[in-house]
Design a protein around this ligand. Structure first.
Ligand SMILES: C[S@@+](CC[C@H](N)C(=O)[O-])C[C@H]1O[C@@H](n2cnc3c(N)ncnc32)[C@H](O)[C@@H]1O
Length: 206
């Protein structure tokens, strides 16, 4: 029997066709321009959790990394594979908070990306997920996250998230905050809705 989707994915299957166009309009180079200097040099392994259309996974492959792209929504995952067919992207059907299919890969990743995903988890799920994510990182690895603030689109499940809470959870797991920036949205629909973002990066102490 098929596994029930995690409630955090509400709305994505239904909107996948639109989102596969919309998210691809954002530019990888612009999204990561301010944190790219923190990335360990390629080659290396990237874990993109909630990888969506594969835009960022493909961007990292261009830079010389190999990528594990975790995406729980089949409609997004299959569309992403069509948009970015690459032998250097491994697509995995898994989800936070437990990442049960990859949690055993401890200490394997140089870069972990959580772009516009964290607000889909409630506070208890976030507290469960952070130690699992930190354990997947190599010493010296970098975690980059973007936190969404603002109105929740109809049919989606989102919670308030803050830099303060995220920093506390990360520090407990030996992750050192090394970047924090608050900004408006570049993406047209989010910009019109008044959505803002906090971008954070953390370094796992060697
Ligand atoms: C706003 S989209 C962001 C997609 C991509 N990271 C980007 O920046 O364009 C959020 C993504 O997180 C995925 N997602 C939702 N709940 C998740 C969970 N519990 N674990 C992993 N991914 C999840 C959704 O299916 C969706 O693809």
């Amino acid at each position: 029997m098929a596994e029930k989707p995690h409630p955090s994915t509400a709305g994505y299957a239904e909107e996948a066709d639109d989102l596969l166009v919309r998210y691809e309009k954002m530019q990888f180079a612009e999204i990561y321009e301010r944190v790219q200097n923190l990335f360990p040099h390629a080659p290396g392994r990237v874990l993109d959790i909630g990888a969506g259309t594969g835009r960022d996974a493909a961007g990292f492959v261009e830079l010389g990394y190999t990528v594990t792209a975790v995406e729980p929504v089949a409609e997004m995952r299959e569309g992403a594979k069509r948009l970015h067919p690459s032998p250097d992207i491994e697509w995995i059907d898994d989800h936070l908070p437990g990442l049960s299919r990859i949690a055993y890969r401890k200490g394997q990743y140089d870069i972990v990306i959580l772009s516009a995903v964290w607000m889909h988890l409630d506070a208890a799920e976030r507290a469960t997920a952070l130690p699992i994510i930190a354990a997947l990182m190599k010493p010296g690895a970098v975690l980059v996250m973007s936190l969404r603030h603002g109105p929740v689109p109809e049919g989606r499940r989102m919670f308030d998230v803050s830099a303060e809470e995220t920093n506390l959870l990360a520090v407990k797991e030996g992750l050192e905050p090394c970047f924090e920036r608050h900004s408006g949205s570049r993406e047209a629909l989010n910009k019109a809705a008044g959505v803002t973002w906090t971008r954070l990066a953390f370094l796992k102490r060697a």
